[in-house]
Design a protein around this ligand. Sequence first.
Ligand SMILES: NC(=O)c1ccc[n+]([C@@H]2O[C@H](COP(=O)([O-])OP(=O)(O)OC[C@H]3O[C@@H](n4cnc5c(N)ncnc54)[C@H](OP(=O)(O)O)[C@@H]3O)[C@@H](O)[C@H]2O)c1
Length: 221
Amino acid sequence: MSSALIIGASRGIGLGLAGELVGRGWDVVATHRGPAPALAATCALTHVCDIDDDGSVMALVAALGDARFDHVLINAGIMGNRGDTASTVTRDAMAQLMWTNAIAPVRAARRLLPLVKDGGSVGFMTSILGSVAGRNHAHAELYSASKAALNSLTRGFAAQDVGKRNIAVLNLHPGWVKTDMGGDGADIDVATSVKGLADVIATARPPGQRYVDYTGAGLPW
Ligand SMILES: NC(=O)c1ccc[n+]([C@@H]2O[C@H](COP(=O)([O-])OP(=O)(O)OC[C@H]3O[C@@H](n4cnc5c(N)ncnc54)[C@H](OP(=O)(O)O)[C@@H]3O)[C@@H](O)[C@H]2O)c1
């Protein structure tokens, strides 16, 4: 039986993935910030964690104690104010977007890395919108920039922090998914996305880093 820790699973893709992995017989621990009744009904073991807050992440690590995981996934993310552009966004709003989507996931991953078993993986929920090479439009430019920054930071994490450890690093695009963030007009439902993501995570083989979507297809950095 495999084990997974999912950070940011109160709703949407994180909640769906927790349910998918529990359904496959995995041992799943998942985190939430506020009340999360749907997660409590899905997952036997949950903890509170706000990745924006170092103290909260350190309290999680302390609460997890000797627990070790095959796979750790940092799923938490925010969209920010949808209408904002580089020309209109406030410093505070941009700082929040960059902190939650790029800085905080890597800070949390550095603290959680000792809990990942050899042969396992660390996953980051990024987006195809974080691809610089593939970008030829200005859609969601600030969210996209935050995910591009996440991709860049994870390259350093994979090279330096994971280093020679036998752990895979996955930069995952879940598809355009019908969630609070993705909206009703998105391409796929949560069940489709998380089935694919679960297959990608389950078959991740270290060493190395891959930027892939929920079908396992490689994406251009
Ligand atoms: N939906 C899509 O089409 C799509 C496409 C590409 C990438 N993604 C990425 O996939 C991930 C999940 O997206 P989603 O569509 O499921 O979004 P969602 O429905 O808005 O859910 C976001 C999740 O992240 C959590 N979260 C946000 N900030 C957090 C923080 N500081 N600490 C801990 N948890 C935090 C939320 O917790 P609360 O309930 O406490 O707010 C919630 O559980 C995100 O990283 C997103 O950028 C989504």
